[in-house]
Design a protein around this ligand. Structure first.
Ligand code: SF4
Ligand code: SF4
Length: 85
């Protein structure tokens, strides 16, 4: 499932660069994850890079975007194909 950033976010910027899918956008108060770009890092890393670096644990599973590992892998393949086109 895609992840989301909740209001614990302190807009520290640390999660932007590590995201392999450029799924994170900065905001004034909190940052946002685009669920159509977040693969939970499937295809790139064994663990979610944003979760690893977030100092306040503001990044959590998004209950409105539940996806299986297979679906996340398919999303990764789709994004890869889009990039190559
Ligand atoms: Fe980006 Fe991975 Fe975090 Fe999703 S889990 S927002 S792909 S760093
Ligand atoms: Fe917000 Fe955590 Fe990202 Fe920092 S690392 S901008 S606190 S979500």
């Amino acid at each position: 499932m895609a992840l989301l950033i909740n209001d614990l976010c302190i807009a520290c910027d640390l999660c932007l660069a590590p995201c392999p899918n450029k799924a994170i956008t900065s905001g004034e108060d909190i940052f946002y994850i685009n669920p159509s770009l977040c693969t939970e890092c499937v295809g790139h890393h064994a663990v979610s890079q944003c979760v690893k670096v977030c100092p306040v644990r503001a990044i959590v599973p998004d209950p409105e975007h539940r996806e299986s590992k297979g679906e996340l892998q398919a999303k990764y393949e789709h994004l890869k194909a889009q990039k190559a086109a």
